[in-house]
Design a protein around this ligand. Structure first.
Ligand code: CP
Ligand code: NVA
Length: 311
């Protein structure tokens, strides 16, 4: 499998085989790191980490993953550079592309990360936009593989804000990988129909089923129940409205019991607002899995950098 020179903007651009390859590479890099073995695959490579929005996991995963492989990461916050304000995204992209070997971008617009990829001429990795969070999905799927030994045929139910970046990218990733996927959300927070139709197309090829429901019975038979914050970064002013409509969709022990399986796990991309989208009780019962998932951000992001840029 050769992914050299490729950008990682959305899982829509990757096949089932390519995603599997990245997950296998991440598992291999993780096993090596546990034995104290790191690599030199990014030796001599400089990578720019652009953050318009805050981050703990993604920033640290790119930094540690890059340094583990011998590369140099440079953090550029919104306050440090002119991106899109006093300089066009196209110009910043062309400058960074002359100095850096790869660029990570976290921010608001998917259009920005696409422009960075188009104009920089180097691999660009999407560290989260309003629409998509593809590196998170690799960590989620590696965690599911560790828990269940497979992905195909698992049933994953995402509960909560059904039209945010996590709902979108879990739907894309599940459809690509043959995971049966349901979004459980009030109708006003359902995903865009166009994206659902696109994902149903991928699902036909992989043999999975994609469903959208506002009925709590949708969690029946779920192997994994996933949730995310009710207000994503940049939507903090919507808190009161979201709490009012999402309260019935909190992941609590009663909802977990509705899976009818004692093997179901709970997943969360983090950061979590305990007492809102998930109770402290459920969160702590599955803390080991959730923090494996957080750790796996690093191994999977390292795999993306090694696969697209490494020697
Ligand atoms: N899950 C995730 O992307 O976390 P950060 O916002 O801390 O990077
Ligand atoms: N939906 C969340 C994900 C955080 C990793 C947000 O965009 O804030």
């Amino acid at each position: 499998m050769n992914l050299k020179g490729r950008s990682f903007l959305t899982l829509k651009d990757f096949t089932e085989e390519e995603i599997s390859y990245l997950l296998d590479l991440a598992a291999e890099l993780k096993a090596k790191k546990k034995q104290g073995i790191t690599g030199e695959s990014l030796k001599g490579k400089n990578i720019a980490l652009i953050f318009e929005k805050p981050s703990t996991r993604t920033r640290c995963a790119f930094t540690v993953g890059c340094v583990d492989e011998g590369g140099h990461p440079e953090y550029l916050s919104k306050a440090d550079i002119q991106l899109g304000h006093k300089e066009s995204v196209e110009d910043t992209a062309r400058v960074l592309g002359r100095m850096f070997d790869g660029i990570e971008f976290r921010g608001f617009s998917q259009d920005t990360v696409e422009k960075l990829a188009k104009y920089s001429g180097v691999p660009v990795w999407n560290g989260l936009t309003d629409l998509d969070h593809p590196t998170q999905i690799l960590a989620d799927f590696l965690t599911l593989k560790e828990q269940f030994g497979k992905l195909k045929g698992l049933k994953l139910v995402y509960v909560g804000d059904g039209r945010n970046n996590m709902a979108n990218s879990l739907m894309i990733g599940s459809a690509k990988m043959g995971i049966h996927f349901t979004i459980l959300a009030p109708k006003s927070l359902w995903p865009e129909e166009k994206l659902v139709a696109e994902c149903k197309g991928y699902a036909e090829e992989s043999g999975s089923q994609i469903g959208i429901s506002d009925d709590l019975d949708a969690v029946k038979d779920a192997d994994a129940v996933y949730t995310d914050v009710w207000c994503s970064m940049g939507e903090e002013d919507k808190a009161a409205e979201r709490i009012a409509i999402l309260k019935p969709y909190q992941v609590n022990e009663a909802l977990m019991a509705r899976t009818g399986k004692d093997t179901s796990v709970f997943l969360h991309c983090l950061p979590a607002v305990k007492g809102k989208e998930v109770t402290e009780e459920v969160f702590e019962r599955f803390a080991d899995v959730v923090f494996d998932e957080a750790e796996n951000r690093m191994h999977t992001i390292k795999a993306v950098m090694v696969a697209t840029l490494g020697k």
